[in-house]
Design a protein around this ligand. Structure first.
Ligand code: XMP
Ligand code: MG
Length: 179
């Protein structure tokens, strides 16, 4: 694992190693396989951050998973509507499907609440959350995530898909901000 990395104006120290991440991913994959085998599960990975986690997780899944990538976008709607959230990239019908949302990190939970609301309207048979990281002290989301890689303190992290101003996503391990 590389030592300190510098991204833009900040420095980050090694936090969760590549080996630790990969070992945990195998455990998560076993748990998901046990829960979803025979259910034709559909995984929705949220771009951009979840791309690496989704790719590594998928190498181990044996439950014949389907994968789609989605993105949440917010825009100002017409006239009175204010901010509107929209899920881009959904091409498959979710009706009566067992859906698992793959995220990189759950912080306050605001993003996941939005995603959940948008997906629930599609009437899936079940909807669950799989996130590589969770900040339990700040998470106020309405839905408890069932599959979590690691719980971390409230600190800013990068690497393994996570960015600081769009850089650092390529790092194969997770790094924490040096204060
Ligand atoms: P909420 O608060 O909606 O936040 O759960 C989720 C989104 O915020 C970003 N986020 C981070 N990105 N390091 C990052 O690189 C972090 O420590 C971090 N915490 C939150 C991320 O985009 C996530 O989807
Ligand atoms: Mg980000």
């Amino acid at each position: 694992m590389r030592s300190v990395v510098h991204i833009h104006d900040l420095s980050f120290a090694p936090f969760i190693s590549e080996t630790t991440i990969q070992t945990r991913i195998q455990e998560l994959a076993s748990q998901l396989d046990a829960d979803y085998i025979g259910k034709d599960p559909l995984f929705l990975a949220v771009l951009n951050g979840a791309f690496m986690f989704a790719a590594d997780l998928f190498k181990h899944l044996k439950c014949q998973p389907e994968l789609s990538f989605v993105k949440v976008s917010s825009y100002v709607g017409t006239k009175s509507s204010g901010r509107v959230d929209e899920l881009i990239g959904l091409q498959t019908s979710l009706k009566n499907r067992h859906v698992i949302v793959i995220e990189d990190i759950l912080d306050t939970g605001v993003t996941m609440d939005k995603i959940f609301t948008l997906l629930e309207s599609e009437q899936p048979a079940s909807l669950s959350i799989c996130s590589m990281l969770l900040k339990p002290n700040s998470y106020k989301g309405k839905h408890q995530p069932k599959y979590i890689g690691f719980e971390i303190e409230d600190q800013f992290v990068v690497g393994y898909g996570l960015d600081y101003k769009e850089h650092g996503r390529e790092l194969p391990a997770v790094y924490q901000l040096i204060k």
